[in-house]
Design a protein around this ligand. Structure first.
Ligand SMILES: [Zn+2]
Length: 398
């Protein structure tokens, strides 16, 4: 396979694609994935300008032969926690030896993150981003939440904002250990001085709505304060137990309710009738030996489902979207087509983006070439590094 990078204005065709996932139902077989067989993609600058039958591709400056492989949109990982220091190997090891997961382990990472300097935090972030890119992730969201002071939260967001537009203020990850006896005062900080310092660096505001973290009233106060400052809400909801998070997400028009493991029928109905995406994070259930979210139930109800890694050092230390796809198919009732859609177009929906997660004219030229003839192999061949090329904004990066 030849390697080519498109310069500004130059056009490149990637052809001889056995299966192309466009996520545009108006293309190819008319399915939700918009599958085109024997396909080509034409890239100009940072955009896709043409997709279709290889034999009909327009003339271009450069040509890349995909060699009968599959091409999919780059993964849109809409939920990660990558501004942190240290790791939690011992906690994982203990948990796999029988101890239960609770929200409290976050404090370990808070201590390590506060102790790290900016360069160390940024180096750790870029190392994980490179790791994710090699596995096909071209868009990612990431959060603060391991600083829990005004200075530490705002610096986490400043560092994240150098690497992505999808930055989320999560001062309300847990009640800061400094406020252990006075959670109301911590909520006041999160919705006051900390919000003032963080809002300029973030697009989103998030809260961990869970027993041991923040209850429904606190979560509502935090997200409402964020909305008033121009941040858009997303929520860690219904992960470890039933709770008010999902209903609150729909009520506040959150872009996404994340986790959604413990749902009532009313929660599922609310998601089906609202504009909030349900983001499922199977790496967390895998890494904590917890109950799987029921993706089939959500999909059958008509809920829009995203799949994401939740990459973080405590409860889901994987940056691999293909791994999450395999888990979702094996253990959560998703078909391979649904899982691939959820990890690409679904992630884009969870970030309210239309320029990524699809490969149609006008979309960003973010794509992955798989060393396999079909996207189904992502689930069929779990744990195998199938991503062999990654293009981002029209440039081959892997
Ligand atoms: Zn999370």
């Amino acid at each position: 396979m030849s390697s080519a990078s498109s310069g500004t204005g130059a056009s490149t065709v990637i052809d001889n694609i056995a299966t192309l996932v466009t996520n545009d139902p108006s293309l190819g077989d008319g399915s939700r994935l918009g599958l085109v067989r024997d396909a080509a993609v034409v890239i100009e600058g940072d955009r896709v300008v043409w997709t279709g039958d290889s034999r009909k591709a327009p003339a271009t400056d450069n040509r890349v032969d995909a060699g009968g492989r599959a091409v999919i949109p780059g993964f849109v990982d809409s939920h990660s926690h990558l501004v942190f220091a240290g790791d939690r190997t011992e906690e994982f090891n203990a948990r796999m030896s029988g101890r239960a997961y609770s929200a409290g382990g976050i404090r370990t990472t808070v201590a390590a993150t506060r102790a790290a300097d900016d360069a160390e935090l940024e180096a750790n972030l870029t190392r994980h981003l490179a790791e994710a890119l090699r596995q096909g992730t071209t868009t990612f969201e990431t959060k603060s939440g391991y600083g829990l002071t005004v200075a530490d939260e705002s610096r986490a967001l400043r560092i994240a904002a150098r690497h992505t537009d999808e930055v989320t203020y999560l001062g309300a990850h847990i009640v800061s250990p400094d406020y252990a006896g006075d959670p109301a005062a911590y909520v006041e900080l999160v919705t006051g001085e900390m919000l003032d310092a963080c809002a300029p660096h973030a697009r989103w505001i998030d809260v961990f709505c869970e027993k041991g973290a923040f209850d429904g009233d606190q979560a509502r106060a935090i997200l409402t304060a964020g909305k008033a400052r121009g941040l858009h809400p997303r929520i860690h909801a219904n992960q470890l137990s039933h709770g008010p998070g999902v209903q609150l997400a729909v009520e506040l028009d959150a872009a996404s309710a994340d986790h959604c493991t413990h749902l009532t029928d009313a929660d599922v109905d609310a998601l089906a009738n609202g504009a909030t995406v349900a983001t499922l994070l199977p790496g967390a259930e895998f890494s904590t030996r917890a109950q799987w979210p029921d993706a089939r139930r959500l999909l059958d109800a008509g809920v829009t489902v995203a799949l994401s890694t939740d990459c973080n050092p405590g409860s889901s230390y994987t940056s691999s979207v293909p791994f999450c796809i395999a888990l979702a198919v094996r253990d959560m009732g998703m078909t391979p087509d649904e899982a691939v859609w959820s990890a690409t177009a679904g992630g884009a929906a969870a970030l309210r983006r239309t320029d990524v997660g699809r490969l149609a004219p006008g979309a960003r030229a973010d794509l992955a070439v798989l060393d396999a003839p079909s996207h189904v192999h992502l689930a069929y061949r779990p744990g195998v590094p199938l991503v062999t090329q990654v293009w981002r904004r029209g440039v081959r990066e892997v």
